[in-house]
Design a protein. Structure first.
Length: 185
C-alpha cells in the first residue's frame, strides 16, 4: 500500500469513527407534512401520489421534489420515492444526532426514503454532504449513493444500480480538515 493510499485510508477511518451521522431521533415522532399542487390516493395499492412543487417536512427533515409516491405499511412506516428532473433535482436535508448543528444534505434525480430504516438512496447525479452548521465536513458524489444514517454508513457507486462497473466513471469525495477547537490550542 502506497503512503498516499495509506493516508487516505486513515483519513476515511478517522471520518467514520469521529463523525456521527444518525438522523435526528426526535424526527420519527413528528407528523409528516406534504404540500403539493395535487394529490391522488389509490386505496387498493395504499399509494398516494403528490404532484407539482412538492414540499415534505417531518421534524428537521425537509425534501423538495417534482413528484412523490408515498406508501405506508401496516406498522405506520412511510416509504417515499421522490422524483425530480435532470434540470431540477430532488433536494433532501435532515439534522443528524450527535451535536447541536450537524446536518446531512443530498440531491439527485430520484431519492428513495425509508423512514423505518432511516435509509436514503439517491439515484442519478447523486450528491451527499455532511456538515457542521454551514461548514461541510464530507461530500460524496456519484451515480448512486446509499446513506444509512443509523449505521453512519455511506456507499457510493458509479452506476445507478448500486454497483460499480470498471470504466463506468468515478465516484468523488471531498474530506475537509477538522477545525481545531479552542480547547485544542
Amino acid at each position: 500500500m502506497t503512503m498516499t493510499k495509506f493516508l487516505l485510508f486513515s483519513c476515511l477511518l478517522a471520518l467514520i469513527y469521529t463523525s456521527p451521522a444518525q438522523a435526528e431521533k426526535a424526527d420519527s415522532l413528528q407528523p409528516l407534512r406534504i404540500s403539493a399542487e395535487s394529490q391522488n390516493y389509490d386505496g387498493t395499492k395504499k399509494l398516494t401520489t403528490y404532484i407539482g412543487a412538492v414540499h415534505v417536512t417531518k421534524g428537521t427533515l425537509t425534501i423538495n421534489a417534482n413528484r412523490v409516491e408515498l406508501t405506508e405499511d401496516a406498522g405506520g412506516h412511510q416509504y417515499a420515492t421522490l422524483y425530480g428532473t435532470p434540470e431540477k433535482l430532488v433536494n433532501y436535508r435532515q439534522k443528524r444526532d450527535g451535536g447541536p448543528d450537524l446536518w446531512a444534505e443530498g440531491q439527485a434525480e430520484r431519492i428513495e426514503y425509508n423512514d423505518n430504516l432511516e435509509l436514503v438512496k439517491l439515484y442519478s447525479k447523486a450528491k451527499l454532504t455532511l456538515s457542521e452548521g454551514k461548514r461541510p465536513t464530507h461530500e460524496s458524489s456519484g451515480a448512486f449513493i446509499s446513506y444509512d444514517s443509523r449505521a453512519d454508513f455511506i456507499s457510493v457507486t458509479n452506476t445507478v444500480g448500486g454497483s460499480s462497473t470498471p470504466g463506468g466513471g468515478n465516484t468523488n469525495a471531498v474530506i475537509y480538515p477538522k477545525l481545531e477547537s479552542k480547547h485544542d490550542q
